[in-house]
Ligand binder design. Structure first.
Ligand SMILES: CC(C)(COP(=O)(O)OP(=O)(O)OC[C@H]1O[C@@H](n2cnc3c(N)ncnc32)[C@H](O)[C@@H]1OP(=O)(O)O)[C@@H](O)C(=O)NCCC(=O)NCCS
Length: 224
């Protein structure tokens, strides 16, 4: 059994050197973005999510993926693929393979995998916050390096939130230096006409290992 530390210690922390875009979307968060006060979003009573098995597609504005990527809930077998993609990411703190198998079984409603043909090329893991079930916390998201830059990350987020019809806010933590992730969430907020704000959450001193601070991004007011 993994320890609680093993289950909770996997967030991204490395720098992403890919800051290649010249156009910043309105919600693109700069590395030096000032932490702002986050409004208190009132919750809506939790509802069981029974959707999420249908594949969705979104055309890529960058490079066509042939065949088009699809998104679905993970199966237990996807746990191993999620572990591999996390291990290959070069960014994420890698959970145990056991943890990904557990997530794929017990949190499948709030996790998704992206498929190209029969290959698992990306995943997102998340959960409803126990104290605020209409807030989705996105724990990890990663795309196989060979498939990055094709908006598969955005496709995963869009498909997950589309299925969680009662979710009104998305939270995640992103290091100051993870430009790709900041752009991913900034553009997600733009697509959903949502507000995004940044506030302190986990300081470097909160981690026992060499780990950057993990400020909190709160995306609220999702257009449904
Ligand atoms: C963050 C991540 C999931 C984005 O997935 P994606 O499918 O590549 O997302 P997008 O195609 O929308 O690209 C998002 C940004 O990544 C960057 N990017 C684009 N192509 C890239 C490539 N080939 N390699 C790395 N980054 C790239 C760009 O900054 C892009 O922003 P832009 O579209 O405004 O130019 C992916 O880069 C990844 O797996 N990173 C490692 C894991 C990680 O850091 N996860 C987030 C924290 S949990």
């Amino acid at each position: 059994m993994p320890t609680s530390t093993e289950l909770s210690n996997a967030r991204h922390h490395h720098s992403d050197a890919s800051d290649r875009a010249s156009h910043n979307p309105p919600n693109a968060l700069a590395r030096n973005a000032e932490p702002g006060a986050c409004p208190d979003e009132s919750g809506i009573p939790d509802e069981d999510d029974s959707a999420g098995t249908a594949a969705v597609t979104r055309p890529s504005a960058r490079t066509a993926v042939d065949p088009a990527p699809t998104v679905r809930r993970p199966t237990i077998a996807d746990g191993a693929h999620m572990w591999r993609i996390a291990s290959d990411s070069g960014e994420l703190d890698v959970n145990t393979a056991y943890a990904y198998a557990l997530l794929a079984r017990d949190f499948r409603d709030t996790c998704r995998v992206a498929m190209v043909a029969d290959q698992t090329v990306g995943f997102v893991t998340g959960y409803r916050r126990p104290d605020a079930p209409t807030t989705l916390f996105v724990w990890q998201i990663a795309v196989d390096p060979a498939f990055r830059g094709r908006h598969i990350g955005g496709l995963l987020l869009d498909a997950l939130v589309r299925d969680l019809v009662d979710v009104v806010a998305v939270e995640t933590t992103v290091t100051q230096t993870n430009d790709s992730s900041r752009r991913l969430f900034g553009k997600f907020a733009d697509r959903h006409d949502a507000r995004i704000c940044e506030s302190p959450l986990f300081a470097a001193a909160d981690f026992p290992d060499a780990h950057e601070a993990e400020p909190l991004l709160t995306i609220s007011g999702l257009a449904r």
